[in-house]
Design a protein around this ligand. Structure first.
Ligand code: HPA
Length: 253
């Protein structure tokens, strides 16, 4: 992970594009797994080479359960990305993850179902032995990227929560308060819909992967009344600016 390596950034809700990123070219990458969510954008951020992919596609075309995660990850690898930072909006479950917080999660609980969650399906990768499918996933987020993100946040003066368990739900609906209670008992601090299978697919491709998760609402039953979408928009706008500052510093480390 040097300044010469190619940083891949996967943008989530509220993060489809940003002006500090100087775009040089667009690239459409065809993959054996179908089409990625959109074209890749190649350019520079703080003078560092970066490739950007909007997870939900142009105009937020794909909901979390509709995203072609395999094509997205494969495209980023084909484009030469050597490390990945995933951005995304989440709900806050525990009191340390209030709306407006930015979390650098360290663990995952996967509640999704029915998603294409491996490159090892059927004859996709002929020649790889059966056992090679059982990749180690003890530590799902890359510790080196996580620690550099912490360093960057400190340098940028942006407070972050330096660990957290990300519970991944299927969506697109939000959770019931009983589901959130169960997730908290399981150990989840935040809840979102996109960390899986993204994180495991990155691991299968040996791409170091970490995330900046923006808490945009209190999870179901953790705030006052219902989860309101217009409040989410407001928080997202502010938090996005802070995430950008972290990313810009990260590029200069
Ligand atoms: N639940 C699941 N995903 C989310 C939430 C939530 O409360 N907020 C943003 N993404």
């Amino acid at each position: 992970m040097t300044r010469n390596s190619l940083l891949g950034v996967i943008g989530g809700t509220g993060f489809e594009a940003f002006s500090e990123f100087e775009i040089e070219r667009h690239e459409f990458v065809a993959t054996p797994y179908g089409k990625p969510s959109c074209e890749l954008l190649h350019g520079t951020l703080s003078d560092r080479r970066m490739v950007f992919l909007s997870r939900h596609g142009d105009e937020h075309r794909f909901l979390p359960h509709q995203v072609n995660y395999r094509a997205n990850l494969y495209a980023l690898m084909s484009a030469g990305a050597t490390e990945l930072i995933a951005l995304g909006a989440v709900g806050g479950i525990t009191t340390d993850c209030k709306p407006g917080s930015i979390v650098i999660p360290h663990q995952i609980l996967d509640y999704t179902w029915g998603r294409e969650s491996t490159f090892h399906a059927g004859s996709d990768r002929p020649g790889t032995g059966v056992l090679s499918a059982h990749v180690d996933f003890t530590v799902p987020y890359d510790p080196k990227i996580r620690s550099r993100l912490q360093q960057a946040a400190l340098a940028a003066g942006v407070p972050v929560v330096t660990g957290g368990v990300y519970g991944v739900t299927q969506g697109p609906r939000l959770e019931t308060s009983a589901e959130i209670d169960r997730m908290e008992r399981d150990g989840a601090n935040i809840v979102g819909m996109t960390a899986m299978p993204e994180a495991i697919l990155a691991r299968e491709l040996s791409l170091p992967y970490a995330a900046l998760s923006m808490v945009v609402n209190a999870a179901a039953g953790r705030g006052k009344g219902q989860v309101l979408l217009d409040e989410i928009d407001k928080v997202l706008e502010q938090t996005t600016l802070q995430v950008l500052r972290i990313l810009a510093r990260y590029c200069r480390l």
